[in-house]
Write a protein that binds this ligand. Structure first.
Ligand code: CS2
Length: 488
């Protein structure tokens, strides 16, 4: 493999060769106008590209991004030597194309450079903070507010460099208030229900837990000057692989350690509620709307719910990828029926969306043979995902007097995944979940399906108080668990 790395210095050569799409401007001339917390593969293949496209279409160089990595410094090592440049490979059935993207103007590991992160959020040139910090990264308690029993949150409240996403955000906003308090927008880009309202509540909970003389003025300023729109993001972006880096190097003629592959499809629906300037993302195909809730429910309850169902059933059956899982007619039928029979009746159809077409497209996207997305990736963090993806649907159907059979199957598959920890071929299945210890303890020594369902549904942060008491739900889950446990 070639020793040279992708960098700004390579752009003139790449432009002359004309083999891949390149940033349609000189990246070095972009100012930093956005801070993004959670600069993983998803951000690089989704929001960063929309932003780059909006910069080009609107001829507006204000919107370079300062990408902040929250946990590991790995992304800094990948992207800093490349001046923030990286390749996104579009992998569709029988189709491969590549573009080099340049909107990431700074890459910062928050743990190493906390002052830089705070200073950027406070900078008057920055008018937007976006976040993809995962469901668990929000550190919510069972009631949806900030988990004030979490030692990381407590340490952040006590002062010193913040470690949690909400702590970093709140400290950055505090610094901004001190430096004049220019209005700013904080936009949630995680797979949450009402992510903007969730984030706002968490930040205000953080303020309320600070000493009153400190937290009171901050909360007051946030109420006045900060907006928290929700947004719905969609693009399947598996973890980058050696094959991605190899293909990128083949196309570029230099190494790209930051290459990431994604499906061709992308969608972004944004609540149009900004405190100050923003890129004209609509020029890049984003939908700006006053109400994202119907889009959010469609995405979580159709795409993400059937993704999780296929991940647990598929992993148990020994399928490594989502494409293999959806290639199994029984599993594909379960995913289809979850979308049609359980989720469908709970949805309000958003303007311009055809639900039958959406469902069909979801199954086709999952079947994409060119993009190996691992079942265990999607199976991760089930305790955080199930309530948003399956249990809302279950509750709505139960309230309508129906039994949500397919949502119950998804829950049962997760339970068997947790309890058995092995696939049909005897290979271990990782339990990667912030509640892993609690889940393992609940499932250990259990001898009957009924007890397994009782023990796991008793975990209140996941199932609340209502679902363990709802017989038609627990009976449906138990029937599926029984069946799955008897399937080798
Ligand atoms: C997946 C999502 O990780 C998961 O559980 O369901 O990451 C999914 O790939 C994205 O939401 C697609 O937009």
């Amino acid at each position: 493999m070639t020793a040279e790395r992708l960098s700004l210095a390579e752009l003139p050569r790449l432009r002359r060769e004309g083999r891949v799409r390149l940033p349609p401007y000189d990246p070095a001339e972009l100012a930093v106008g956005i801070v993004h917390l959670g600069v993983g593969g998803f951000h690089r293949a989704h929001q960063a590209l929309y932003t780059e496209d909006a910069v080009r279409a609107g001829d507006d160089p204000r919107w370079g991004i300062c990408g902040v990595t929250q946990r590991s410094a790995g992304v800094v090592r990948l992207l800093r030597p490349q001046d923030g440049l990286y390749t996104v490979l579009d992998r569709g059935p029988g189709h491969l194309s590549a573009r080099v993207a340049g909107p990431l103007r700074e890459i910062v590991h928050a743990g190493d450079e906390p002052d830089l992160v705070r200073g950027r959020i406070a900078s008057p040139a920055v008018s937007i903070v976006t976040l993809t910090v995962t469901e668990k990264g929000h550190r919510r308690a069972g009631d949806g507010g900030l988990d004030l029993a979490d030692p990381v949150v407590l340490a952040d409240l006590a002062g010193g460099p913040a470690v949690s996403a909400v702590g970093r955000l709140a400290r950055g906003l505090q610094e901004r208030m001190r430096r004049g308090g220019a209005p700013i927008t904080v936009m949630s880009c995680d797979n949450l229900v009402a992510g903007g309202a969730v984030l706002r509540r968490l930040v205000l909970d953080f303020c309320a837990a600070l000493p009153a003389a400190e937290g009171g003025p901050l909360a007051g300023w946030i109420e006045d000057a900060v907006r928290f729109p929700s947004s719905v993001v969609d693009r399947i972006v598996p973890a980058a692989t050696d094959a991605d880096r190899r293909d990128a190097a083949g196309l570029l003629g230099v190494r790209d350690e930051g290459a990431v592959a994604a499906e061709p499809y992308r969608q972004w629906v944004i609540q149009d509620d900004f405190a100050a300037a923003r890129p004209r993302w609509e020029l890049a195909g984003a939908v700006l709307t006053s109400d994202v809730a119907p889009y959010e429910a469609v995405k979580l309850r159709l795409l993400n719910a059937s993704h999780s169902l296929l991940a647990y059933l598929g992993a148990l059956a020994g399928y490594d990828t989502i494409a293999e899982a959806v290639g199994d007619p029984g599993l594909a039928a379960a995913a289809r029926r979850l979308m049609e029979e359980d989720a469908g009746p709970t949805l309000t159809v958003p303007p311009g969306v055809d639900l039958a077409g959406y469902r069909q497209a979801v199954l086709e996207r999952f079947a994409n043979p060119a993009l190996p997305d691992r079942t265990v990736r999607v199976a991760m963090d089930g305790s955080q995902k199930l309530p948003l993806r399956l249990l809302g649907t279950a509750r709505d159907r139960l309230a309508a007097g129906a039994t949500p059979e397919w949502a119950a199957l998804g829950v049962a598959a997760w339970m068997v995944y947790v309890a058995r920890g092995r696939d049909a071929r005897g290979r271990p299945l990782p339990l990667d979940d912030p509640l892993a210890d609690r889940l393992r303890a609940a499932a250990s020594g259990v001898t009957t399906p009924r007890t397994l369902v009782e023990r796991l549904t008793a975990i209140e942060p996941i199932f609340g108080r209502d679902l363990p008491e709802t017989d038609s739900f627990t009976t449906a889950v138990t029937t599926h668990v029984t069946h799955l446990l008897h399937t080798p």
